[in-house]
Every structure is written in structure tokens, then in C-alpha cells.
Design a protein around this ligand. Structure first.
Ligand SMILES: [Zn+2]
Length: 297
């Protein structure tokens, strides 16, 4: 199997299930968004059904149709299409033998958002899955699943994607070094988010001017930009190598009078602003104070 987005551990668990022949019938792929859970699930479905040695071969009709989402036995179900009727339908199909492959595979995206009713209607089949049916639930937060569901599954953990991988994928898409480093930092291991930020072009915009704080809809962009400045300053002040600095082109000499403590205090202030925003506090006033403190805008 191919290693998707550096998910070594997940690949190892799945390969060992295949090589021992003891394949659990219900998996939960758990980890942050944009870490390759659905791609890995498709890779696994190919490995289970490909008739060739060295599976998945990626060239046979089985592999190709799974890759292109049109294999009759491999179904990808997205969360917003799963109502109670769809869950029951899935349950009814699951008991039928596969049409052309060895295994029937259901990949359920963001299963932690299933309604209680839908989850309950699947419970019975998850408790006793038919021998040639495999369920793969992808979830961001395992705590949102019913305990009764969780206890039936083999959990495969997915880690945030490393900054290096995100950096090189963005570079392949024509992103500059500095921007790729900046987006890699903002996206926190979520590749989908990284590509979204890059495509939106938002990360290239500078800090919103002081006079426009009132027009902000969320504090995110401001906090992201300032947190990267503070991060770089802390790195420079602590004498770490220049290669760890993200925004190399920005002159930070005017903050030279700040002490490490000041910078860390401001970092903590960013967290407080986030909390204020979450509880509908006056975060715009707090952002204005931060601007004054840092003499920006
Ligand atoms: Zn194949």
C-alpha cells in the first residue's frame, strides 16, 4: 500500500491486517481533517479487492474503478447524505455478497456527525457484520461517537500532516517558499485547509489596518498573522537559526526592544482574544488593544 501524507502508523496497521488475513470488519480512521483518511480508506479497499500480486497494483480495472469512485462494491457515503433512510439502505445492501470484488466496503465520511437515529440503525450490522463486508468510518473526534459503536471497531489513528509534506505539496502547486512556510504554520497539519488558504489568496494579504478592526467578521486572520510575527520574533530573540524564521522578508527590527517575556505575554493575549470571541465577548476591543500594544496598524 502507498503511504498517504506520511501516515506510516495507519499504513502499517492496515498492511498487517491484510498480511495476517485477520481483517476486522469495522474500522474507525480517526484524526484531524485533511490528513488523508478517505484516500487511505480507498487505498485499503483497493488492496482488499485487487486480484494482482503486490496489491494494490493501481492498473487493473478493480483498482482503477475504486480510484475513480465507480466500483460497484465500494461505496463512499458522505455525512450529509446519511439520513435514516440511507442508513437503512446501507444496512440492507451490506448483507448482500459483493458483486465483483472480494469485499464490499463502505467508507462513511465524518461519521462522528451521524445522527443518533442513523447511528443506531447501523448498530446491529456493525455488531455482526457479514463476512465479506467492511465498514470504515472516518472521524475527526472519536469522543463524538457512541460508545457502543466505538467498542466494536478497530481504531486506526491519523496524525496531523507534517509541515514538510504540506510545504512540498504547496510548492508543487506553484506557491513561493515563504508563503508555503506561512501557510504550513497556519494550517496546523490539515492539508485541505492549507490548500484552501493558498487558493483563496488570503494569506498574502497584510494585516487589517487599525481603522478597519470594526469591520472584521472573525479574529482569525489578525490572530494568525500576529502569531506568526510573534513566533518569528521569539525565534530570533532566542538566537535560533534563521532557517526557522517563517517570514524572512519582514523586518522585525522595530520590535527589538521587546523582551522574551513581553512577546510571550502577547502570545497568551492572542489566546485570550480567541476565548473572548468564542464566548461572544468584546474581542474587537481586545484586538484594538493588541494593536496599540504592538504599535501596529
Ligand atoms: Zn489492482
Amino acid at each position: 500500500m502507498r503511504e498517504i501524507l506520511g501516515q506510516k502508523r495507519a499504513k502499517k496497521i492496515l498492511e498487517s491486517a491484510i498480511s495476517t488475513g485477520k481483517i476486522p470488519h469495522f474500522f474507525i480512521f480517526a484524526g484531524p481533517g485533511g490528513t488523508g483518511k478517505v484516500s487511505m480508506a480507498k487505498e485499503f479497499a483497493m488492496a482488499l479487492n485487487c486480484p494482482n500480486p503486490g496489491k494494490p497494483c493501481r492498473v487493473c480495472s478493480t483498482c482503477l474503478s475504486i480510484m475513480n469512485n465507480n466500483h460497484p462494491d465500494v461505496t463512499i457515503v458522505s455525512n450529509d447524505t446519511i439520513g435514516i433512510a440511507q442508513a437503512r439502505n446501507m444496512r440492507d445492501i451490506a448483507v448482500l455478497s459483493p458483486i465483483s470484488g472480494r469485499y464490499r466496503v463502505f467508507i462513511v465520511e465524518e461519521a462522528d456527525r451521524l445522527t443518533l437515529q442513523s447511528a443506531n440503525s447501523l448498530l446491529k450490522i456493525l455488531e455482526e457484520p457479514p463476512p465479506s463486508t467492511i465498514f470504515i468510518f472516518t472521524v475527526r473526534d472519536i469522543n463524538n461517537l457512541l460508545k457502543t459503536i466505538l467498542s466494536r471497531a478497530m481504531v486506526v489513528p491519523f496524525s496531523p500532516v507534517s509541515k514538510d509534506i504540506i510545504f512540498s505539496i504547496l510548492k508543487e502547486n506553484g506557491c513561493s517558499d515563504e508563503l508555503a512556510a506561512k501557510i504550513g504554520y497556519f494550517s496546523q497539519g490539515n492539508l485541505e485547509k492549507a490548500i484552501e488558504i493558498f487558493e483563496s489568496g488570503k494569506s498574502e494579504e497584510g494585516l487589517v489596518p487599525y481603522g478597519e478592526i470594526e469591520t472584521l467578521e472573525t479574529a482569525d486572520a489578525v490572530l494568525d498573522t500576529i502569531s506568526i510575527w510573534l513566533r518569528d520574533l521569539i525565534i530570533r530573540l532566542s538566537g535560533a537559526e534563521e532557517r526557522f524564521v517563517i517570514l524572512k522578508s519582514i523586518s522585525q527590527t522595530r520590535y527589538i526592544n521587546y523582551s522574551l517575556e513581553d512577546l510571550i505575554d502577547n502570545f497568551l493575549f492572542l489566546e485570550e482574544i480567541k476565548r473572548l470571541e468564542e464566548c461572544n465577548g468584546d474581542w474587537k476591543l481586545a484586538v484594538a488593544l493588541l494593536y496599540k500594544e504592538l504599535e501596529v496598524g
